[in-house]
Design a binder for this molecule. Sequence first.
Ligand code: SAH
Length: 349
Amino acid sequence: MDNISLLDKLEKQLLEKQEFVSLISSYTEKDAEYAAEKARAIAQSIYGKSVYIRGLIEVSNYCKNDCYYCGIRRSNLKCERYRLTKEDILECCEHGSQLGLHTFVLQGGEDLHYTCGEICDIVSSIKKLHPDCCVTLSIGEKSFEEYKAYREAGADRYLLRHETANEWHYSKLHPESMSLKNRMNCLLQLKELGYQTGAGMMIGTPFQTAEHLAEDMLYLGTLKPHMVGIGPFIPHKDTPFAKEKSGDVDLTVFLLSLSRIMLPHALIPATTALGTASGTGRERGILAGANVVMPNLSPMSVRKKYMLYDGKISTGSESADALKDLAKRMESIGYHIDLSRGDHADYKQ
Ligand code: SAH
């Protein structure tokens, strides 16, 4: 089957692994354009021309893990560590609320300093002060009991990228202490607990092949997460992958389109990594079917310290303070920013 027919088929049903492999390894610029057009039409039929805005608060860069690609990995002794207090986080939310935001994403390394009770207290305090807002957590792999407690405290959504759905590839990106099985199990638990759940992967990590990406697509197609985070891998100078190549922007954008075609209702961000890899990455992402942007709401003093990869942008239209600038950029491509909660279309509050 040619690529155009495969894209038409994907709109109706899940592809076979070999079909994904062939699409991903042989797509042309024309195929990508066709995919983007289709993805855009699907996104618009469900969410209109809205681009949902989430305020990203990077709560801590302490991490117990040692992922080979990540700038805040435990072994990076050059990383200057910080941790926000509950008061700091509430201040960020207050600021975000004044800017009109209705989703706060608390992301961080796996910082063992916060107890489960403290996280619950932070979540419930945010919900009490901003009852019409949504809290998204992105703080890594926890136990079922912890996820349950956060949920009961009021957390609405959880982002946990699976990173790669292939066991062997996973073991090339992570130390032995981490397992894909556990990560996938966490994702199932999050869904079971009623979180709007986000999975996803980096594009162009070392050792990645078209087969691995095909497995990622099959995994996403089966898990059916509410959110899909896809961004290019970008090396960080103080990690084992310092000398590796960045992921391809065109391929990233193509996979965004495939994800939209496969999961029409998904909330899909044009990620910071995409915006870092290309000055027009955000716009290209939206035009390829993404419908979320997550500008930075962290205190200015810590932004440079949450350096997951070299050159990570955090100011200008990347900052929640510059919403007007972001609005203009979205308007220039025929979209508008939407500050409402922006829940998944199938989600009933
Ligand atoms: N500790 C949390 C948050 C991790 S940081 C968790 O485990 O989910 C959020 C995401 O940044 C990661 O899931 C990863 O996909 C991405 N990331 C990390 N290092 C990166 C790099 N070098 N290039 C691009 N993206 C990276």
